[in-house]
Design a protein around this ligand. Sequence first.
Ligand code: NAP
Length: 315
Amino acid sequence: MTTTRTIGLRLDDAEHATILPELRRAAAASGRDLTVDPDADPTEIDYLVYNIDSGVTEFSAFPKLRAIFNTWAGVEAVVGRITVPDGVPFCRMVESGMTDGMSEYFVAHTMRYLIDIDRAQAQSAGGLWQKWTPRLARQTPVGILGLGQLGAETGRKLAELGFPVYGWSRSLKSLDGIFCHADEAGLSEVLEKAQILILILPLTDDTREIMNAERLAQLPKGACLINAGRGPLIDDTALLDALASGHLKHATLDVFREEPLPGSHPFWRHPGITITPHIAAETRMDTAADAILVQICRDLDNAALQHIVDPVRGY
Ligand code: NAP
């Protein structure tokens, strides 16, 4: 006789409403003995689909918990604020919709910089017919800080388009088409080459303001930057100074210290900054539900869960 396992939810209202039918669909499709029950008593819940906007920060009411699945990829708002029971894996979200969304965001803005679409728009607005020769991908080194789920896929897509891609991570990687680096010296090598710099690191004590004035100065003159990691990866004042001096040509920012970005912030209406409102990569609820079910099936098959957050590392 098999035991029915219960999937419970502790989410904000919006995510609750959108993921619930997808979880039910994915659980039914898995063919396993699972029930998705948003009203389940905590004592009955085996797997919890979770985000911190639910207000839940400790799980002592859930004695049967086998795993918690965070619906967000970034966990800096969670690490240190929640108490996870010993032995219960806390997994961050890795799902194909988010990975595709993020890598496509970076490819789009990289291509925009490559052929200078901003110049075309400015010339269109001014009624100016003036030719230029766009750079080629193979002449334009791109740096990527963070070679995890999102950075590695971005690097793969950019390398396929012909860009020389230089990546940097905590542990040294070996990835097809990417010149991989680690450590402080490796970071300098990446920054010195990157005509376009992509930031897709998690926010931790080690990465906070990693792009300070000194590191921004290591970029080639006229470099462009795209940040979809977290706002505090960059020293905002240093960024504004680098744009004002002309050392940095342009920045595309999806993430900010305070969100929504306050109306009075100097990033708004800055000619050297493009703002997107934290849309680089949403969790797509259909593929997120599929990814959660893959994890649950692994657990049912006694395989190790993936993407477990290490609270000491901070991601
Ligand atoms: P991930 O798979 O955990 O990858 C993180 C990468 O950063 C890894 O390569 C890791 O190195 C590297 N790293 C971490 N700390 C480092 C350090 N101190 N020095 C050098 N490298 C370091 O994470 P992911 O799924 O790619 O997501 C990355 C971040 O994107 C998330 O944390 C979140 O903040 C952000 N995000 C933003 C959006 C958005 O819409 N804007 C959406 C989703 C995610 P190792 O490989 O050696 O561990």
